[in-house]
Design a protein around this ligand. Structure first.
Ligand SMILES: [Zn+2]
Ligand SMILES: [Zn+2]
Ligand SMILES: [Zn+2]
Length: 122
């Protein structure tokens, strides 16, 4: 139905992603992948939760500006709030055993298909 690519190759300084469109929304193209600016996090906490003494189940990172916040299962949903406040739609799971990107706006799930990715998180 759509001519959306199943793979997108994203160049950021020094390395690249191969993003594979997967899951139920596999045919849905994400129109934001070219906006990716930040691929490495520099923190392993949700600062907004720490500020209020809360904890979180998992962290996500905004690939547009590098904001790190808690996931949608967290009662604070700081990454979702970041998207709502800024319009930055692409988040990367920072869970060490997960390798996916979610686009809030397109509801597109993208698998990171890059050996470099695992190395980067370790
Ligand atoms: Zn998108
Ligand atoms: Zn949080
Ligand atoms: Zn952001």
């Amino acid at each position: 139905m759509s001519n959306a690519p199943k793979l997108a190759r994203i160049r950021v300084p020094n390395w690249y992603y191969r993003l594979k469109y997967t899951g139920q929304m596999a045919e849905k193209h994400c129109s934001h992948v070219e906006q990716i600016q930040v691929v490495a996090s520099n923190t392993d906490i949700c600062r907004d939760c720490v500020a209020t003494g809360d904890t979180w189940p998992a962290l996500r990172m905004c690939l547009i500006c590098g904001y790190v916040g808690c996931c949608d299962k967290s009662r604070n949903q700081h990454t979702r709030k970041h998207y709502q406040a800024t319009g930055h739609p692409l988040i990367l799971s920072l869970h060490p055993r997960e390798a996916w990107v979610w686009c809030y706006e397109d509801r597109a799930l993208l698998d990171l298909d890059s050996p470099q990715f695992a190395g980067r998180l370790a």
